[in-house]
Design a protein around this ligand. Structure first.
Ligand code: MG
Length: 308
């Protein structure tokens, strides 16, 4: 009997890098992705098709896609903010495109300068277009638990936006705790409503570890049948438009917890440790989730400073 599978969608190369002060060049972005693929990650958010003026860290994503390794086996997604981004992504051969819909009026305005209704309509149109083009559209619902400007997000509104995205053709709905404010009880409430309405197989979760509750939140969603989680190598990245937001949940923390529980992620923990080190080297900045030092000792590559 094989272990139950959980999909880890690695977001470091987009969500993570986007919030870094320094832009990595194409070679370094590719090297990062190669390290992630070598660790066994098979779902990777590789970049976004946004204006390079607005987000210089993501300039050249089209060229990057042309160089990605093992394209048949690895699902590479890209974020598209609008029709222009969608068209650029399709021209680059991207077959999994995601949109971001923030659940509050103010967050949409601050983020992309359009209101909630207008953004929802634009996202729905992109999801419908993906269906027509025979590719997969994924919809992120950002600030699904709390907005830095408006406070707690009503779960009923998230459900309504989710329904709109699914009806428009979204293959997957990614519920994002963009500022890391959710607790497991809130995750249970929202996730159970979404699972009831759309089925666990359509739902994924994106947690931040800002308040140290990301793994507890993963567990809460896992217990409701969710088997698809975003995470970022070494905990790389926050949200540049959300004051006080930091820390995507670290891939190694999520993988370690799931594998310890007997679930199968396909990710090799020792190779993941090497990937964290490789990414830290490429970024010239320390990286690593809660379990990283322990994982590195386990992998037998502990550095002296780890024991300090
Ligand atoms: Mg994030």
């Amino acid at each position: 009997m094989s272990a139950e599978r959980v999909t880890i969608n690695e977001v470091g190369p987009r969500d993570g890098l986007q919030s870094q002060p320094r832009a990595l060049d194409g070679d370094r972005r590719l090297a990062m992705i190669e390290a992630l693929v070598a660790a066994g990650l098979r779902s990777i958010e590789a970049g976004s098709f946004v204006s390079p003026k607005a987000v210089p860290q993501m300039a050249g994503t089209g060229e990057l896609f042309a160089r990605l390794p093992q394209r048949g086996e690895v699902r590479y997604s890209a974020l598209v903010p609008n029709v222009r981004g969608y068209e650029l992504a399709r021209a680059a051969g991207v077959d999994t495109l995601s949109v971001v819909l923030s659940a509050t009026e103010t967050m949409n305005r601050r983020n992309i300068n359009t209101g909630l209704d207008e953004t929802a309509t634009a996202c729905a149109e992109l999801m419908a277009r993906a269906v027509a083009d025979g590719v997969d559209g994924w919809a992120y619902i950002a600030v699904a638990y709390e907005c830095p400007f408006e406070g707690p997000t009503p779960p009923a509104r998230v459900e309504r936006l989710a329904e709109r995205m699914i009806e428009a053709g979204a293959r997957k709905l990614i519920v994002a705790d963009t500022i890391g404010a959710a607790n497991p009880a809130q995750v249970r409430t929202l996730t159970s409503a979404l699972v009831r309405a759309f089925g666990a197989e359509r739902i994924a979760c994106h947690f931040h570890d800002t308040r140290g509750m990301a793994l507890a939140n993963v567990l809460a969603a896992l217990e409701l049948g969710v088997r698809d989680f975003d995470s970022s190598i070494g905990g790389l990245g926050g949200c540049p438009f959300s004051p006080g937001a930091s820390g995507n949940v670290a891939t190694e923390d999520v993988v370690l917890m799931l594998e310890s529980m007997g679930l199968h992620t396909g990710v090799d923990l020792d190779a993941l440790v090497a990937a964290v080190d490789r990414c830290a080297e490429l970024l010239d900045s320390p990286l690593g989730g809660h379990s990283f030092r322990w994982l590195r000792r386990r992998a037998g590559t502990a550095r002296k400073s780890d024991h300090a």
